[in-house]
Design a protein. Structure first.
Ligand SMILES: Cc1ncc(COP(=O)(O)O)c(C=O)c1O
Length: 471
């Protein structure tokens, strides 16, 4: 009997159908026509304000608490510009805290979403997967091991918290019955029960039991790198002595994110990772915020920490989250599984995002992430010189960049953030004592012109901020 292997599958024939190509073309054309009109910030339309306010109140009522800020998108944008449902246009330099790596309504994201829509199911899961799930996992493993890290496996998941849960389960299972974890002061790991315990923010675990026992080390202080390193290493040795054999994992963000945009360094992490290695404690890098934002896809690669990475988690900009780990850590029992590993479109758009991050030259010592950082940092320094009492910084690394407004209190940082929002620029608070305002500009689409526009809006916002502080 003749083999039918050369016959296209019905799904292949569907994807190659000229009607699909034509539909894609028409959708892209329509989105570009309408989206290309969004080229700069714009105030809200007075005629839409009452309806917008009603929607915000409904949002508060349905979720059981008011939203952090008055953001409801209209469903259309253009790079870092996004139209809101009140008719305003904002310059979005926070991107859902690092999710929207191409900005808004980007053709590649639309194309990936169409790929996802053409799959037979909305969701992929551990029981029923499709070939793109394998391709995404293989690409992430290849990227993670490109400089020699021992990475062999990848588990997809639908949130950063779940990727971290999987990482912690892998490490704890590997080191059973060890039950303690070492993390950094001001760490943020997500909102599950275990991640709330790992996260160093008392109000995020208000009324919650502590699911994991965690000890904290001070993070690197850029102003005093040697002293802060000595302090962290001494503290680590004290912990290892106090609880011998009890540590199942060291969990670290290579660049402190929610904690306030403090960069790590090779020296700092190597000084901690060597004794951790000697003690046989698995090292987990959480790159859910830092992935894609430095000179390398992973910040642990940017800091040359490949030899120390046992498990790494990613999320946000990759659209689908993942836990990547080495073969020595494969669990011996069925402790890992999920109904959902990702939506068909998040996997398709995640792959497009990886393509674009590479093809847009985001990486490399002189790649766009590092050069745009320099460019924006120079602007922020100039603003500091112009308004020394109102803005300090810059802080951060690559496309994670922050400043401290006013006196560094939460209240003033929130006031500055709200003032920027009203002026048309979106950034978000981070850190505690001082509280900062951070930017996560979309790495794929941010240009120097966008940065100029952001700085112009920031300058205007600082003038309004100064008036509010004075009044
Ligand atoms: C470093 C880090 N880890 C974990 C998370 C949690 O990710 P998710 O909100 O997708 O659960 C975040 C989210 O902000 C993060 O920044």
């Amino acid at each position: 009997m003749e083999s039918s292997v050369n016959q296209p599958l019905k799904a292949e024939a569907l994807r190659a159908d000229p009607r699909i190509a034509e539909a894609r073309r028409l959708i892209q054309e329509a989105v570009a026509d309408h989206g290309s009109q969004l080229t700069g910030p714009k105030p809200s339309d007075p005629a839409r304000q009452a309806a917008f306010q009603t929607l915000l109140e409904k949002l508060g009522a349905t979720r059981g608490g008011p939203p952090f800020w008055p953001y409801l998108s209209s469903g259309l944008g253009n790079g870092p510009f996004v139209e809101l449902a009140d008719g305003s246009v904002k310059l979005d330099f926070i991107g859902g805290i690092g999710v929207h790596g191409c900005g808004h309504s980007h053709p590649a994201m639309i194309d990936g979403s169409i790929d996802g829509a053409l799959e037979d199911t909305v969701m992929q899961g551990n029981l029923q997967q499709h070939p793109p799930s394998i391709r995404m996992s293989e690409r992430l493993i290849d990227l993670a091991k490109q400089n020699g890290a021992r990475m062999d496996h990848c588990l997809l998941s639908t949130s950063g918290a779940m990727a971290n849960e999987n990482a912690l389960k892998i490490a704890m299972h590997h080191k059973s019955p060890a039950d303690r974890v070492i993390a950094f002061d001001n760490a943020f790991a997500g909102r599950s029960l275990a991640m709330a315990a790992l996260t160093d923010k008392a109000k995020y675990r208000m009324g919650l039991p502590l699911a994991v026992q965690v000890d904290y080390l001070p993070f690197r202080d850029q102003g005093e790198p040697k002293r802060s390193q000595r302090w962290a290493v001494d503290e680590l040795h004290r912990l290892l002595k106090r609880h011998p054999g009890r540590y199942a994992a060291f969990w670290a963000e290579p660049i402190a994110g929610e904690g306030g945009y403090y960069p790590g360094s090779h020296e700092f992490f190597a000084a901690l990772c060597k004794p951790l290695r000697d003690a046989g404690i698995p090292i987990i890098f959480d790159e859910i915020q830092s992935f894609s934002r430095t000179s390398m896809p992973f910040a642990f690669q940017h800091y040359g920490l490949d030899e120390f990475c046992d498990i790494v988690t990613i999320g946000k900009i990759t659209q689908v989250c993942a836990t990547i780990y080495g073969k020595d850590f494969v669990p011996k029992g069925p402790i890992l599984s999920q109904t959902f590993t990702g939506s068909s479109s998040s996997i398709a758009t995640g792959m497009r995002m990886l393509d674009l991050l590479l093809s847009e030259n985001c990486f490399g010592k002189d790649g766009k992430n590092m050069t745009r950082h320099e460019y924006m940092a120079g602007h922020l320094e100039r603003l500091h010189k112009k308004y020394p009492e109102l803005i300090r910084g810059p802080y951060g690394e690559g496309m994670m960049i922050a400043f401290t407004p006013g006196d560094g209190s939460y209240d003033q940082a929130k006031l500055m953030m709200d003032t920027m929002f009203d002026t048309g620029l979106m950034g978000f608070v981070c850190g505690a004592d001082p509280t900062r305002v951070r930017f996560l500009p979309p790495p794929v689409t941010t240009t120097h012109q966008h940065i100029d526009a952001a700085i112009d809006l920031l300058d205007k916002s600082l003038q309004v901020f100064a008036k509010k502080l004075g009044s």
